[in-house]
Ligand binder design. Sequence first.
Ligand code: ADP
Ligand code: MG
Length: 253
Amino acid sequence: MAKIITYINEKGGVGKTSVCFNSAWYLAENGERVLMIDMDGQKANLTFFAGIDQYDNLKTMVHVLKHDGDITETVLEVTANLDIVPATAEVSSIGMESKVSKFRKALKSLDDFYDYIFIDVSPTPNWSHYLSLSVSDFAVVVMLPDLASLEGNKGVFETVEEITETTNPNLKIAGILMNKAVSRTVLAKQVLEMAEEMAQENNTRVFDTKIRNAVVLSENISNNEGVTSYSPKSPASDDVRDFVKELEKAVAE
Ligand SMILES: Nc1ncnc2c1ncn2[C@@H]1O[C@H](COP(=O)(O)OP(=O)(O)O)[C@@H](O)[C@H]1O
Ligand SMILES: [Mg+2]
C-alpha cells in the first residue's frame, strides 16, 4: 500500500519542494516506486525541478478533480521508479467543488503501483492544502530556523487538527524538518527549542536530521536531478539520505 505524504508549511521558500523532490529521488534510487504530485499551481516548482516543460499541454490534477478524468492519463515518467503528476497554473483553480472522495479514489487506484506518493503544495493555505492533507497518511512540516516559519507551522497544526476531526482521522504529522539549518546563532537555537515544544504539544517531533544550507541544493534542481545523484558525496546528500531513513521509520510505525 502506498504511503501518502504531504510536504507542507504555510510559508514559502522554506524548502518544501526541494525536500519533497530530493527525498522522492533518493527513495526511487533505492528501488522504491515513487509518485510525486504537484498541487502548487502558483509556482509548479516540483514540475520544473523534475524537468517537465510547463507548456507541453500537460494534464494536471484538474483533469482528475474537476473533469472526472483518469489519473493515469496525467502521470509522466521522471526517472526509472519516479513519476510525477505535474502542475500548471490551472491547478490554482482547484476549489471547493473538488471533493476529497474523488482525490482519495484516484490515489486508491494507484495503490498497487507505488510505495510512496508525495504531494507538494503551495505556501498559501487553500483548498489544495485541505484536499492533500485529507488524503494523506502523513504530513512532513518543513521549516527554516526563523520565526516566520514557526508562525507557518502554527497554521499547519491548526489545519491538521481540523482535518483529523473531520475528513481524515488517520492523518499524522511524521515530524518537523529543519531546513537550511544553522546551529550557531542564538536565534536558530531558540527557534529549534520552540519547534521542539510545538512538536511535543502536537504529538510529533523534530527530525534528528537537519538539512544544511548548501549551494549544491540549489544547483541540483537546475540540473533536474536529485542531489543524491547530482552530488552523491556532498554532505547535503548525506543529510537527505539520513532524513529519508528517519522518514521511512516514522511512517512505518
Ligand atoms: N538546504 C538548502 N540549502 C540551500 N538552498 C536551498 C535549501 N533548501 C532549499 N533551497 C533553495 O531555496 C529555494 C526555495 O526552496 P523551495 O523548495 O522552492 O521552497 P518552498 O517549496 O518551500 O517554497 C530554492 O531555490 C531551493 O533551491
Ligand atoms: Mg514549493
